[in-house]
Design a protein around this ligand. Structure first.
Ligand code: FAD
Ligand code: NAP
Length: 334
């Protein structure tokens, strides 16, 4: 366990927002949890890599930075392994570790920033794959009772960028997760440009590592690197509407894109809606929408969290006025 008082969180959130934190407690192990509560009280906020948080105010109390390490593989049979991973392991490092051992399943989730503990919170997803697809269980510590509980995938109530934990944010601290991976996974190369990148590289029978390399190349070409320009990835979720609403929209906006969603619904890319309202590449003060991906709001230097939130609100207002759709933030607002 480690302790820091009155620190800036600027280097601890990918938006690069400069807010202060009264008491930062670093949690290295499950044993640290009860000790930390006893010594410093309940945390106001739990943090992994800070890549899905927008700070609009200081943390005037205790913040826990989760740093529980460890990746334990247990071979199940000739092709499969189960692995238990600590919440503080860097997500992309985990993906690379599994691929280096010949196991696939996480390749489409390459280069997602953040730590393992946050991955079930919004059921991280990219290129047609979600963490729920390979997850066996999540272990979480209930802050109010100090009880350590294992959640099955069903109990996690995963949805599109959603989970039981997201609905109950702050109630549980995710300590470890267990995944099942295979040396012969079913690869998903249908999404976006993956197939094209593989084809252009002359790869006809890709291995999981090839798919990971393709995803990394696509992401590097399109998304702003938080180390260079502050952002938290997609600021909004893609809205999911009924097919009836989609048909009405289609009659007004013949080019509106959609992807089929479960329960006879339509997922509309939020980036398209935002772009149609003129925000793509727009700059307002120190913030704005990224020129290559309108869904990403960026900090051009010294934006405050409130400035970014107000800009996000202007997007919500304009998209609602034009399309009658209220965008919901994916980023957690503090
Ligand atoms: P944090 O930002 O630290 O925390 C996020 C939330 O989870 C907070 O509410 C926090 O309180 C809570 N939390 C964190 N750790 C724990 C824990 N151990 N127990 C309980 N609660 C916890 N997301 C995707 O789904 N797909 C993508 O493709 C994707 N691409 C991205 C690209 C970029 C460039 C960026 C900046 C972000 C992207 N994201 C993406 C969003 C983000 O990386 C993920 O949501 C990631 O899982 C957040 O991890 P973190 O450790 O940084 O979480
Ligand atoms: P993209 O390929 O330009 O596609 C735009 C949107 O359309 C995506 O959000 C995606 O929804 C949807 N989409 C595209 N092809 C689809 C298909 N075949 N089936 C269903 N939906 C489809 O998106 P991008 O911005 O470059 O991102 C690529 C992937 O990385 C996406 O999966 C995206 O979610 C993920 N990503 C997430 C974040 C984040 O912070 N959450 C940041 C960057 C990238 P989905 O988002 O539902 O996949």
């Amino acid at each position: 366990m480690y302790l820091q008082r009155n620190v800036s969180l600027k280097d601890k959130n990918t938006f690069g927002i400069d807010v202060s934190c009264q008491t930062l407690v670093g949690i290295n192990s499950i044993a640290d949890l009860s000790v930390a509560i006893k010594e410093y009280g309940q945390p106001l906020l739990i943090m992994g890599g800070g890549s899905n948080i927008l700070f609009t105010r200081p943390v005037e109390g205790v913040l826990w930075e989760i740093d529980i390490q460890g990746i334990e593989y247990s071979v199940i049979n000739e092709t499969e392994t189960e692995l238990i991973v600590g919440a503080g392991v860097d997500w992309h490092d985990l993906v690379i570790d599994t691929l280096s051992k010949g196991y696939g399943g996480l390749e489409n989730l390459s280069l997602i920033p953040g730590k393992v503990g946050a991955s079930p919170i919004q059921n991280i997803g990219a290129y047609g794959v979600e963490i729920k697809d390979t997850l066996l269980w999540v272990e979480a510590f209930e802050l109010a009772t100090g009880v350590l509980k294992q959640f099955t995938v069903e109990e996690c109530q995963f949805g599109y960028r959603d989970s039981y934990f997201k609905k109950e944010i702050g109630r549980y601290l995710i300590t470890r997760i267990c995944l099942r991976l295979s040396q012969v996974p079913t690869l998903n190369v249908e999404y976006g440009d993956i197939k094209k990148v593989l084809h252009d590289s002359g790869i006809n029978e890709p291995l999981p590592k090839d798919v990971s390399d393709a995803v990394i190349a696509i992401r590097r070409g399109k998304l702003p690197n938080p180390a260079e320009i502050g952002n938290a990835g997609s600021f909004f979720k893609n809205p999911v509407v009924s097919n009836a609403i989609y048909k009405t929209l289609l009659s007004q906006f013949p080019h509106i894109p959609m992807y089929t969603a479960p329960h006879d619904q339509a997922k509309i890319p939020a980036a398209w809606l935002i772009e149609q309202c003129g925000f793509k590449g727009k700059i307002v003060g120190q913030t704005g929408s990224h020129a290559k991906q309108a869904l990403v709001i960026v900090n051009y230097g010294n934006a405050t969290g409130m400035e970014i939130l107000e800009y996000a609100q202007s997007i919500i207002t304009d998209v609602n006025a034009k399309f009658g759709i209220v965008l919901a933030p994916e980023v957690n607002i503090w």
